[in-house]
Design a protein around this ligand. Structure first.
Ligand code: SAM
Ligand code: SF4
Length: 333
């Protein structure tokens, strides 16, 4: 139980969910996230070390954080990630520890991560087609991702979710095969509407494949999708199940149905900046405090200030929208 009042913002939203980016580096180059070449990575000494991350998490749990997701960049390229996972899994207040990965290194690392205490995993997979995988990620690694998924399934991870970015005029041929693959393997596929967080400013509204269009296709081609009414109201995904009883599909409809009103998340970037929203323009410098001799109370006060200043929601659907200065890989998706 938290020993202090919960992290509440000025709209009454309680924050118990922390996403930690452990690196801004990545071994592939998805076009909706990273540039193809000349990626500007943060210097290694600017990246929080494991002691700093664990200290921050231990302060955050005293403020009511119970859910952690480790992400990146690609978290599996961070050296000794299982060591960090073991340390985070040992924090008693953490009820839910999860990882988001592109899966390329899962064949080697799924075992050590499981041994370290990880059970929940989201694997990013947009397509089962090798050529389209290479077109999207600019790498030829589909085989490794599929082998990684076999491995996590064999080891007993659960739930295993697939994250697919929904880009119009690109991934339509992948919707049905991905959903079949997920149903056959007991995975839940979640379609994430393409958001304006790419490094090359390629996004525009016309490139977003909307949740409602995907629902229509899957309902027609596989089985009717039925919304699950009793889902966690704090979860960002709209959850559906196939009417034939086989499998679930989630939608993160940040563009067509933003979930800001229920948002319970804060984010720590790999270089130690605290953000109250994926799209935040401002951020607070946690690393400066961690490395400057600040007390736990001072860091807790910074977290409270950050949450207190949180805006009502992103403005993707308004003419006032300004894309954040950091692209996805540098924030931590
Ligand atoms: N590298 C890991 C991965 O790809 O899963 C973790 C970090 S990645 C930034 C987290 C998730 O962000 C990915 O699973 C991908 O689905 C999603 N993503 C990346 N760029 C996106 C964008 N522009 N719009 C929507 N989702 C995006
Ligand atoms: Fe790497 Fe993930 Fe970004 Fe793709 S979405 S480039 S895998 S960080």
């Amino acid at each position: 139980m938290a020993s202090a009042p919960p992290l509440t913002d000025s709209f009454g939203r309680i924050h118990n969910n922390l996403r930690i980016s452990v690196t801004d580096r990545c071994n592939i180059r998805c076009f909706y996230c990273m540039p193809e070449t000349d990626v500007k990575f943060v210097q290694r000494r600017e990246i929080l070390d494991f002691e700093e991350i664990e200290r921050f998490v231990r302060i955050a749990v005293k403020l009511g954080v119970t859910k952690l997701r480790v992400t990146g960049g690609e978290p599996l390229v961070r050296r000794d990630l299982p060591v960090l996972i073991r340390r985070l899994a040992a924090i008693p207040e953490i009820q839910d520890l999860a990882l988001t990965t592109n899966g390329v290194l899962l064949p080697e690392l799924a075992g050590p991560l499981y041994e370290a205490g990880l059970r929940r995993i989201n694997v990013h997979l947009d397509t089962l087609d090798r050529a389209r995988f290479a077109q999207i990620t600019r790498r030829d690694d589909l085989g490794r991702v599929l082998a990684g998924l076999e491995t996590v399934k064999r080891l007993g991870y659960g739930p295993i979710k697939l994250n697919a970015v929904a880009v119009k005029n690109l991934v339509e041929p992948d919707l049905v095969p991905l959903a079949h693959y997920a149903r056959e393997n007991g995975f839940e596929v979640r379609f994430i509407e393409f958001m304006p967080l790419d490094a090359q400013s390629l996004w525009d509204r016309g490139k977003v494949l909307l949740a409602e269009d995907i629902i229509r296709v899957l309902s027609r081609e596989i089985a009717p999708l039925v919304e699950i009414p009793d889902r966690d109201p704090r979860a960002p995904a709209l959850e559906y199940r196939f009417a034939d009883g086989v499998g679930r599909v989630g939608f993160i409809a940040s563009v067509s149905r933003p979930f800001c009103l229920n948002c319970n998340r804060i984010r720590l970037t790999a270089d130690g900046k605290l953000r109250y929203c994926l799209f935040a323009i401002e951020e607070d410098d946690v690393k400066g405090l961690l490395r400057g001799g600040a007390s736990d109370d001072e860091i807790a006060a910074l977290i409270r200030r950050n949450v207190a200043g949180k805006w009502e929601g992103h403005e993707i659907n308004s003419s006032r929208f300004v894309a954040p200065p950091r692209p996805m890989y540098s924030i931590g998706g």
